[in-house]
Structure formats: structure tokens, C-alpha cells
Design a protein around this ligand. Structure first.
Ligand SMILES: C[S@@+](CC[C@H](N)C(=O)[O-])C[C@H]1O[C@@H](n2cnc3c(N)ncnc32)[C@H](O)[C@@H]1O
Length: 254
């Protein structure tokens, strides 16, 4: 039986990049935004042995899972909070570092959200986050879009909302960040050990599930066949991999 795909397995190449860029120090107080099941928060807590890590996520099941996984490690300096990072009342000027692995693209009001995060950072505190570059630079979404064949289907939660460096610079500057930098990072993402695992994973994406929901059963069956064929074309002995492009965004609170 094959293991189910999750963000930790999908994003494993990016995790190494993010961890290196964060350069967490032993006394750092770290905030992990949109922490999901908390792999990056646990890493932060391990590195900040004399500091602490707080993971926040708006999804209650993700926070439950994060707590469950953290319990097995018995890290004493780690807390998970269920909440919206856009509006959550963090202690002001408390954190040395705010990090995120693809957890900052879904804010209803990005200016307010990054303002709130800046307020939680001490002056000089750093923000380090990974976000997707534009749709057309991401092989995985182009392949899914082609297989779904429903052009123009707007996504409620847009994973590419922070893909434009100019717009993001404006948002971050208005939130009080300085020294904003975008590093072009391209790593492959893994959708599963095999086609069934990868199909299961991408059927959970909002774009896929909402497109399939809008189809009748015959059209949905054809679409799933096309998705399967598309995944087969990306499968090797190492699993199902796609190219992708991201920005590693770093900034400091002014
Ligand atoms: C692509 S997942 C990444 C999860 C995690 N960072 C990881 O790499 O495994 C995006 C996460 O952001 C969370 N999220 C979206 N909007 C949020 C918000 N306003 N506040 C806190 N978390 C949010 C989602 O619930 C989801 O867990």
C-alpha cells in the first residue's frame, strides 16, 4: 500500500530551501503563518530550543493534526492556535521571525493581514515566506488546467495571489516592511508515489474538486481519465513530479 500524499511530501524540496533561508537561531520566537499540519513549526521549535514557535492556521482539522504530530515529539516550546492570521491578536512586537510555506496567499485582505503580521514582529524582525510564481510559470497548474479543460474558472482561494512582485512589494511596504527581496526558486513538487496517490491528492485541490462538481457524471469520468493520463506522463520510478516556480520572499519590519 502506498502512503497518502500530503504537503510535507509534496513540498519536500521547498522545505529544505525555506529552512535554510529562515536561519532560525536558538533564542528566536517564531510565528508560522498558515502552518497546516505544522512540519515547519516543529522544525522552528527544534532550532529555537531556548525560544519558541507558534503555528497558526484557520483550519481546525489542520491544527488538530499539527498538535497530534507535535505531541509525539514532546516539544515544550511549541504552541498551535486555531485562527485567522489576518485578524488574530498576536502579542505586539513579540516575534523575531514570521515564516510561511505557502500559507499566506489566501487572505481576504492581504494589506490588513501583513499589517497584522508586521505588528506582531519586533522592529527588525524578519518575514520569510514561499509563494507561487504566476500560473503560467507553474507546470503543475498548467497541466491540471489543460486536463480539466474549464478555462476561466475563477478560484475563490487564489494560490497565485502573491505572484506579482510589484504588487506584493506595495502590500508589504504599506504594512511597514523594508528590505523586500524576491528570490526565484524552482524546485519540483511531488504529487505522490504513484498515479492513484497523485490523483487522490489533486482531486483535493479546490480547482479540481469544484470543476468536477460542476460536471455531469459522464463528463466527470472523462475528465478523471484525462487527469490520470496527464499524471502518467509525469510519472517515473521516483513518483509523480512536476516542475514549479516560486518566490522566496524575505523582508524586515522597519
Ligand atoms: C497550502 S496550505 C500550506 C500549509 C502549511 N504551511 C504546509 O506547508 O504544510 C495553506 C494553509 O494556509 C491556511 N490558511 C489559509 N488562510 C489562512 C488565514 N487567513 N489564516 C491562517 N491560516 C490560513 C490553510 O488552512 C492551509 O493550512
Amino acid at each position: 500500500m502506498n502512503a497518502r500524499t500530503d504537503f510535507d511530501s509534496e513540498l519536500r524540496r521547498y522545505t529544505e530551501v525555506l529552512n535554510r533561508a529562515c536561519g532560525i537561531r536558538p533564542r528566536d520566537r517564531v510565528l508560522d503563518i498558515g502552518c497546516g499540519a505544522g512540519q515547519t513549526t516543529r522544525h522552528a521549535a527544534r532550532r529555537a530550543g531556548e525560544g519558541s514557535a507558534l503555528g497558526i492556521d484557520v483550519s481546525a482539522p489542520s491544527v488538530d493534526r499539527a498538535r497530534e504530530l507535535a505531541d509525539t515529539e514532546q516539544l515544550g516550546n511549541l504552541v498551535f492556535t486555531h485562527g485567522d492570521a489576518q485578524t488574530h491578536r498576536f502579542p505586539p512586537e513579540h516575534f523575531d521571525l514570521a515564516i510561511s510555506r505557502f500559507g499566506t496567499m489566501f487572505f481576504a485582505d492581504p494589506a490588513a493581514a501583513f499589517g497584522n503580521i508586521a505588528h506582531a514582529l519586533r522592529p527588525g524582525g524578519r518575514l520569510v515566506m514561499l509563494v507561487w510564481q504566476a500560473r503560467e510559470r507553474n507546470d503543475w497548474i498548467r497541466a491540471i488546467d489543460r486536463a480539466l479543460d474549464v478555462p476561466g474558472a475563477a478560484e475563490e482561494l487564489d494560490p497565485f495571489s502573491l505572484s506579482d512582485p510589484r504588487a506584493v512589494t506595495e502590500i508589504l511596504e504599506s504594512a511597514g516592511f523594508v528590505g523586500i527581496d524576491f528570490a526565484d526558486v524552482r524546485e519540483p513538487v511531488c504529487y505522490g508515489a504513484d498515479i492513484p496517490a497523485a490523483l487522490d491528492w489533486i482531486r483535493g485541490f479546490t480547482c479540481t474538486s469544484s470543476a468536477l462538481r460542476r460536471m455531469d457524471s459522464v463528463a466527470a469520468e472523462h475528465t478523471i481519465d484525462r487527469l490520470r493520463a496527464m499524471l502518467a506522463a509525469h510519472t517515473s520510478a521516483e513518483g509523480v513530479w512536476f516542475d514549479s516556480s516560486t518566490w522566496l520572499v524575505s523582508a524586515r519590519r522597519g
